[in-house]
Design a protein around this ligand. Structure first.
Ligand code: ADP
Length: 164
């Protein structure tokens, strides 16, 4: 029997319960999921790559079929190298859709075998993004219900260090 593998790529700076919701749902559909964490981004990153990997690892430790790998080039090339032709992405808004559509078509242009599977965000998390969570936490807002416990603690600590 063929093993169905998929890659869930992103910056995960940091992983939120919105990401975790997608991972949990996808882990029931696919035999194996690689969470691919980009080690650089055009967006300003708060956590280092090692920290983002560590936090994702803790948040997913209850799921048996997850592997976390860092990548530093194009996701389409990374997927080809991993011999995986399915990318998972999440859709929260029409803006996400517009962006993801272009991204998925570009990836297909680069690697024609690559397919995207989109998960519609759960209603409880469709307003959640790593950047907004960081911004709210920066100004002292409580985002603990939107993050895995260890991520919330790491975020508070990180912001304290930054403000010193
Ligand atoms: P990127 O920088 O590649 O967008 P992110 O880590 O911000 O990486 O997001 C990775 C993927 O997860 C994207 O497809 C994004 O739309 C999706 N995503 C982020 N937050 C949520 C959420 N709350 N619910 C569903 N999908 C989400």
């Amino acid at each position: 029997m063929q093993i169905r593998k998929a890659i869930y790529p992103g910056t995960f700076d940091p992983i939120t319960l919105g990401h975790l919701d997608i991972i949990t749902r996808a882990s029931k559909i696919f035999d194996f999921i690689i969470i691919a964490i980009a080690n650089k981004s055009r967006k300003a990153l708060l956590f280092t790559t090692d920290e983002r990997i560590y936090l994702a690892r803790i948040a997913t430790k209850h799921l048996p079929n997850i592997k976390i790998i860092e990548f530093n080039n194009l996701i389409s090339h990374f997927a080809k190298k991993q011999k995986v032709n399915i990318l998972i992405r999440g859709l929260r808004t029409v803006t996400d859709f517009e962006y993801e559509k272009k991204l998925s078509q570009m990836n297909k242009y680069l690697v024609p075998l690559l397919e995207n599977i989109f998960f519609i965000a759960s209603k409880d998390y469709s307003f959640v993004s790593s950047s907004l969570v960081k911004e709210v936490a920066y100004y002292g807002g409580d985002v603990s219900n939107l993050l895995p416990i260890s991520v919330n603690e790491a975020l508070i600590t990180k912001l304290k260090i930054k403000q010193l």
